[in-house]
Design a protein around this ligand. Structure first.
Ligand code: NAD
Length: 493
C-alpha cells in the first residue's frame, strides 16, 4: 500500500472510532455474498473490518476514488472490461436477493420488476461502445479518442437504487472513470450493501480498491462536499427537479437525468387492444416508478370508449367518479389553507409505488386480486394528469381529435422533454407529436419499456439525461474527446 492509501485507511478507522465514541452505532459489515454457481465470481469478505467502497465522509470517498482512478488508468481497458463483467454477473446472480433487500428498505415497487431491473443490467453497453475516430489525409493522420474525466460525483434516486448504481458504474467505468455516489437516504442501505459486495469482488479479481465509493449516510452536506471536491470533475444526477437544480448550481459540468410525466396519445387509427396492453405493461411496471412510465393517456373521442373497454379486457380496473375523488384526496397532500387549486401539491409518499390493490383500498374500490393497474376517465386539467405521481393509476382523458390530444400531451409533459408515446398508424400524427413534444424518448406503438431496449431496439440505461441533453446515458456520455495528430508521417498511402 502506498502512503496516501495508508493515510486514507487510518483516517477512515479514526473517523469511525470517533463516531462510536460519540454514541453512534458502529458500521455493520455486510455478510459474505456468494454469487450464483454459474458465475465465476465468489465474494467473501476479505477486507476484515474495512468494507470497501463505503465511506462516512464525502472527502475520503472522493480521495479513495481518485486513487482508484490512477490505478484504473494503469491497468487499462482490460481492467475496465473485467470490472463491468463482475458488476453484470453479480447483478444477475444476486437479483432475487438484492431485489428483495431493496424492496424491504424502500417499500415501493414490485419484487418481480426489481429483479428484472437487476438482471437487465447485462444489456447496458460497456467498453465495446467506445470507438475512436480516425482521419487520414494529405497532412498525415488524426485520432480522436474518448478519454475519462477522472472521478465522477453521482446521485441516485429512491426508485431504482442498486440498478442505477450498477448501471452508472458500468457506463462510467467503461469510459475509464471512477465514481462517488451520494444515494437517496431512503435507499442508501441496499446501495451500500451492493457497493461493498461489488468492491470486494473487484479488489480481489482486478486488484483495485474503491473503484466506486458510496457515502453511507447521505445528506445535503455530503452532496455539497462531494460536488465541491477538487477531484470530482463531472457530476451525474438522477432524480426530480430539486437535485437537477442543485447540481446545475454547483458550477461544475452536470449531466442531469431529471423528472418526466410521460403522456400517451391514442388516435382513431390505433390498434386499441395493443395500445391497452402496452399502457398496462408500462404503467404497471414496478408500480409506475419508472421516469419513462405511462402517466396519462389522451384518447380521441371516436375510440375513447372502445379503448377503455380494451383496458378492462386486458386486466385494468376502472374507478368511478367518487372513487377517483377519494383516491385523488389520498394521493396528494396540500399545505394548510390550500385546496385542490394549489399550484404545487405534494404527492403522498405513502402511496408512491404501491400496489394497485393499495390504491384501490384508498379509493374505496373492490378490485379483483392480481389487478396491476387502475384507471379512470378525468378532465385534462386533473391533478393526476399534471403531477408525476408514480403510481399504477392512469388518468384517461377524452379529447376531440389528435390535434387536441397532442396539445394536451405537450402541456402535461411540462417541457421536461423526457418521454412520450403514441399509438397510431398515421405517420403524420406521429411526426406532428414528435415535433411538438420534442422528447428524448418517443415510442410509437409500444410500451415505454421499448424506449429502453425492452421490447424495442436499443440499449437500456437508468439515467436519461433530459434537461442537459445527453439523452440515454452510455459509456461515451462520460468521456472527453481528445485529438491526437501526427503531421505528414504514418500514412500508408
Ligand atoms: P428525488 O428527487 O426525491 O431524489 C433523487 C436524488 O436526489 C436523491 O438521492 C435525493 O437525495 C437527491 N436530492 C433531492 N433533492 C436534492 C437537493 N436539493 N440537493 C441535493 N440532492 C437532492 O427523486 P426520487 O423520488 O428518488 O426519484 C424519482 C424522481 O427521479 C422522479 O422525478 C423521476 O422522474 C426521476 N428519475 C429520473 C430518471 C431519469 O433517468 N431521467 C431516472 C430515475 C428517476
Amino acid at each position: 500500500m502506498n502512503e496516501a492509501l495508508i493515510r486514507s485507511v487510518v483516517d477512515e478507522v479514526l473517523g469511525r472510532l470517533g463516531q462510536s465514541q460519540a454514541g453512534l452505532a458502529p458500521q455493520k459489515i455486510a455478510p459474505p455474498v456468494t454469487v450464483g454457481a454459474h458465475s465465476s465470481v465468489t465474494v467473501k469478505s476479505s477486507s476484515g473490518a474495512r468494507p470497501l467502497g463505503v465511506f462516512q465522509d464525502a472527502g475520503q470517498a472522493c480521495e479513495a476514488a481518485a486513487m482508484a482512478f490512477k490505478q484504473l488508468q494503469q491497468k487499462g481497458v482490460a481492467a475496465r472490461r473485467r470490472i463491468i463483467e463482475i458488476i453484470k454477473e453479480m447483478c444477475f446472480a444476486n437479483a432475487k436477493e438484492w431485489g428483495r433487500v431493496e424492496l424491504e428498505e424502500t417499500r415501493i415497487g414490485r419484487l418481480d420488476h426489481k429483479i428484472g431491473k437487476l438482471t437487465g443490467i447485462r444489456s447496458v453497453p460497456g467498453v465495446e461502445f467506445i470507438h475512436p475516430n480516425g482521419w487520414s489525409g494529405d497532412h498525415g493522420i488524426m485520432l480522436e479518442e474518448y478519454t475519462p474525466f477522472g472521478v465522477i460525483g453521482a446521485v441516485t434516486p429512491s426508485t431504482h437504487s442498486i440498478p442505477t448504481v450498477a448501471c452508472n458504474v458500468v457506463s462510467m467505468v467503461a469510459g475509464g472513470n471512477t465514481v462517488v455516489f451520494n444515494p437517496h437516504p431512503n435507499a442508501a442501505r441496499c446501495a451500500a450493501m451492493a457497493t461493498r459486495a461489488f468492491n470486494e469482488a473487484i479488489a480481489r479479481e482486478v486488484g483495485i480498491e474503491n473503484v466506486f465509493c458510496l457515502i453511507e449516510a447521505p445528506t445535503l452536506e455530503s452532496f455539497k462536499a462531494m460536488c465541491s471536491h477538487p477531484e470530482v470533475r463531472l457530476l451525474c444526477v438522477t432524480g426530480g427537479p430539486g437535485v437537477v437544480k442543485a447540481a446545475m448550481q454547483t458550477g461544475k459540468r452536470a449531466i442531469c437525468a431529471g423528472p418526466g410525466n410521460p403522456p400517451v396519445v391514442v388516435d382513431e387509427t390505433a390498434d386499441l387492444d395493443r395500445a391497452a396492453r402496452c399502457v398496462i405493461m408500462g404503467a404497471a411496471f414496478d408500480n409506475n416508478l419508472l421516469c419513462i412510465g405511462e402517466k396519462e393517456v389522451f384518447v380521441v373521442e371516436k375510440v375513447a370508449d372502445a379503448f377503455m373497454k380494451a383496458l378492462e379486457k386486458n386486466g385494468a380496473a376502472r374507478l368511478n367518479d367518487s372513487q377517483l375523488e377519494r383516491l385523488s384526496k389520498a394521493a396528494f397532500v396540500f399545505k394548510e389553507g390550500q385546496g385542490a387549486g394549489c399550484p404545487h401539491p405534494v404527492v403522498n409518499r405513502d402511496l408512491v409505488g404501491r400496489d394497485a390493490a393499495v390504491l384501490a383500498q384508498a379509493a374505496g374500490a373492490n378490485v379483483p386480486s392480481g389487478v396491476e393497474m387502475l384507471f379512470a376517465e378525468t378532465e385534462a386539467k386533473h391533478i393526476f394528469v399534471d403531477e408525476e405521481q408514480m403510481m399504477p393509476f392512469v388518468p384517461v382523458v377524452r379529447v376531440k381529435n389528435v390535434e387536441e390530444a397532442i396539445q394536451e400531451a405537450k402541456r402535461a409533459e411540462h417541457s421536461y422533454r423526457h418521454t412520450s408515446i403514441i399509438h397510431s398508424h398515421d405517420v403524420e400524427n406521429m411526426t406532428a407529436m414528435a415535433r411538438a413534444l420534442d422528447t428524448t424518448i418517443f415510442v410509437k406503438n409500444g410500451s415505454c419499456l421499448a424506449g429502453l431496449g425492452n421490447g424495442g431496439e436499443g440499449y437500456p440505461s437508468f439515467s436519461i439525461a433530459t434537461p442537459t441533453g445527453e439523452g440515454i446515458t452510455n459509456p461515451k456520455t462520460f468521456t472527453r474527446v481528445r485529438r491526437c495528430v501526427m503531421v505528414d508521417n504514418l500514412r500508408i498511402y
